[in-house]
Design a protein around this ligand. Structure first.
Ligand code: NAI
Length: 441
């Protein structure tokens, strides 16, 4: 499962040899650890156009709370935040080039470039054109910048609602999220936690498919953030499930999520306050090209990956099983966004998840105060991808802007950001955790 090439290129002979042979040289990413939970260094704050985010309680105040030293000039910034919310025409768009052209080379390895944009104004086609232009800009910069640096576009109208997102993007937790466009605003209530290090303290989270892989990492990360975790997986995985739940001080719920009464059984197993965070992570693949795909392969994948997500979400929402301020995070896949040969069933199910998220998000926020988002993992190093034939596996690993596969914890950190009480403004988003994979880019 280990990426031996990445380890090799991290050594002195490996660096020498791969440079001589002109081979890719991926940067070992800086991820969150208890010893190094945040970046240290300077954050370069730039702007293009006249920003509506200025003001005493505006962007500068939020950036000041990230722990980085905010500067208007920096020789070696660990992060650059370019406020382009005031870009409304071709002239102010040129300020984006003027601001970033001289500094991109100086950004530290594994650093961040974050461009802030405004929502597209459909009554002003000049503003819409140049704000849309920022997407092409950010996605291209993400592909060319290298050195493990990620590039993201965040659309917002108000800085405070973006604090949890800026803290996530400006931390090692977002190491494998790049080339993304994230919109903030119009969701549910934003609640700043009493302790930013334990944002889920006092909250209950249920994770499906928690016995191993990404689900196990999600449960562990939500527990790290203070949540009481309920770990659900098939009865056949009860031993692993018990061990995960035991290690995290949570409870195990052995249950096949496709059971028609799964929603009712989850409700019966919950503490009296119900759930604050529901993570639909359980998923399966049964790959075949459509011509060879028996109906069981189609129906089993659709049932686990989509129908059960619809059923349990409906059951929990209608019974009041999700508390106000709750969060639903579903799991899509880049295969669902881009399509993949041999995966008509899987991609249909995962595209369905994205549809569910987009349609349910505004209603769930309005009626229940609950946000609904999805993570869309790319190539993640798990047992599932370890089983992929070597050549395809190696291609999957390298064909992204960071030149390596992601880890389960990358999906888990993104889920934890979406589950955050201060992420109420993030709603209806499908966020790829794929190192900016070329698949469907
Ligand atoms: P995995 O196969 O390692 O783990 C999935 C877990 O879900 C297993 O513990 C399994 O027992 C459980 N599960 C399956 N059917 C279930 C059911 N009917 N009821 C309850 N639990 C059930 O998979 P992995 O890699 O951790 O994937 C997790 C999620 O991420 C899945 O939804 C998958 O489709 C998605 N994903 C994974 C990617 C990757 O590269 N590993 C890429 C894109 C998406």
């Amino acid at each position: 499962m280990a990426d031996r090439y990445l380890s090799f290129t991290g050594t002195t002979p490996g660096r020498f040899l791969t440079r001589r042979l002109g081979l890719p040289q991926p940067t070992a990413l800086h991820r969150w650890s208890a010893e190094h939970p945040s970046f240290t260094g300077e954050l370069l704050h730039l702007s293009a156009g006249k920003s509506p985010l200025d003001g005493p309680d505006g962007l500068a105040a939020v950036l000041g709370r990230t722990g980085l030293a905010v500067r208007a000039r920096s020789e070696r910034p660990v992060a650059v935040v370019l406020d382009a919310t005031g870009v409304t025409d071709i002239d102010t768009l040129a300020e984006v080039h003027a601001a970033l052209h001289p500094v991109v080379r100086s950004v530290a390895r594994s650093g961040r470039v974050i461009v802030l944009g405004a929502p597209l104004d459909t009554t002003d086609h000049h503003q819409a054109a140049v704000q849309q232009a920022l997407e092409g800009f950010v996605r291209s910069l993400g592909k060319e910048i290298g050195r493990g640096i990620t590039v993201t576009l965040l659309r917002l109208t108000e800085a405070n609602a973006a604090e949890s997102t800026l803290r996530f993007l400006l931390s090692p937790k977002s190491a494998y999220v790049s080339g993304q466009v994230i919109g903030i605003g119009g969701g549910a209530e934003v609640t700043a936690p009493a302790d930013w290090a334990l944002p889920l303290a006092g909250r209950t989270a249920l994770v499906t498919g928690a016995a191993r892989g990404i689900g196990e990492a999600v449960a562990a990360t939500l527990a790290r953030d203070g949540a009481r975790v309920v770990c659900l997986d098939v009865p056949g995985a009860a031993v692993e499930l018990d061990s995960v739940a035991g290690r995290l001080g949570g409870t195990a719920l052995p249950l096949d999520i496709t059971a028609p009464d799964a929603g009712a059984r989850i409700l019966a197993a919950l503490p009296s306050g119900g759930l604050d965070v529901l993570v639909h992570n359980a998923g399966i693949t049964r790959d075949r090209r459509l011509v060879n795909m028996a109906v069981e392969r189609w129906s089993s994948v659709l049932d686990v990956n989509l129908a059960s997500v619809l059923r349990t979400t409906d059951a929990l929402l209608s019974a009041g099983g999700l508390a106000t301020g709750g969060r639903i995070v579903a799991t899509a896949s880049i295969a669902g966004l881009a399509g993949n040969a041999g995966q008509t069933n899987y991609a249909a199910s995962k595209a369905g998840v994205a549809g569910l998220v987009r349609a349910l998000a505004p209603n769930a926020a309005a009626e229940h105060g609950v946000t609904v988002n999805a993570v869309a993992p790319g190539f993640i190093e798990t047992k599932m991808t370890a089983a992929v034939p070597l050549f395809i596996r190696e291609a999957g690993r390298r064909m992204n802007s960071l030149g390596q596969g992601g880890l389960p914890v990358d999906v888990a950190e993104t889920t934890a950001w979406l589950a955050h009480p201060a992420s109420g403004g993030v709603n209806g988003q499908v966020v790829r955790v794929c190192g900016q994979s070329l698949l469907g880019a």
